[in-house]
Design a protein around this ligand. Sequence first.
Ligand SMILES: C[S@@+](CC[C@H](N)C(=O)[O-])C[C@H]1O[C@@H](n2cnc3c(N)ncnc32)[C@H](O)[C@@H]1O
Length: 206
Amino acid sequence: MSGKPYLASEDSALLRKALGMFSGECFLEIGAGNGGNLVEASKNFGTVMGTDLVRPSMTDWREGANFILADCASCVRPGSVDVVAFNPPYLPGEPGEDLAVEGGGGLEVPMKFLEEALRVIRKEGRVIFLLNDEAQLGGFEKICDGRGFAVRRLESKRVFFEELSVYEAFVPASKLGSSTVGGSADHSQAVTSATSLRRRAPASLS
Ligand SMILES: C[S@@+](CC[C@H](N)C(=O)[O-])C[C@H]1O[C@@H](n2cnc3c(N)ncnc32)[C@H](O)[C@@H]1O
């Protein structure tokens, strides 16, 4: 697959800001573009992987960040990742030459990213994803609900003509069972004993 890699933009920066709140063992970004988010994630995660259909042009990888030319998370074992992130091609329109922008008439591409993320995420993990305000969140919530995941908004930012939001999908503490410690009414604060996954204080972008 040819094409130019997506260069980090406002959406990348907003996703990266949200990712600064998390740390853990294993991180995956679906549609990693030129890999800037991977470099950032490698500060807080042990194993960092990114997939894309387009080869990145950036070469100064930090140790531990791996870029895989693959469709979504097709190369990743189910239930193996602590945090999966993506800012997909989210504009309605038939996927064409620009894989980074057109997400399909019914946003099939972002929905496929989400399905794949939910396939590879650990039950105690988090899926962090970005959409704009034109996307019908309900369709994404329905997919998450079908897998026992709830959705909440983490960050929002108005950029020119659109509002971008970053969402977190997680299994509520009440559904995690006895493996959860420190469960609270605020499910986003759930910390599990089986992994070092944890929320961090928000970090500002440099
Ligand atoms: C909006 S860009 C975001 C890139 C990167 N995450 C960033 O923040 O800079 C979406 C990315 O998804 C990639 N993509 C589209 N379809 C894909 C697929 N089926 N599997 C993997 N990546 C895909 C595109 O090539 C593009 O790099």
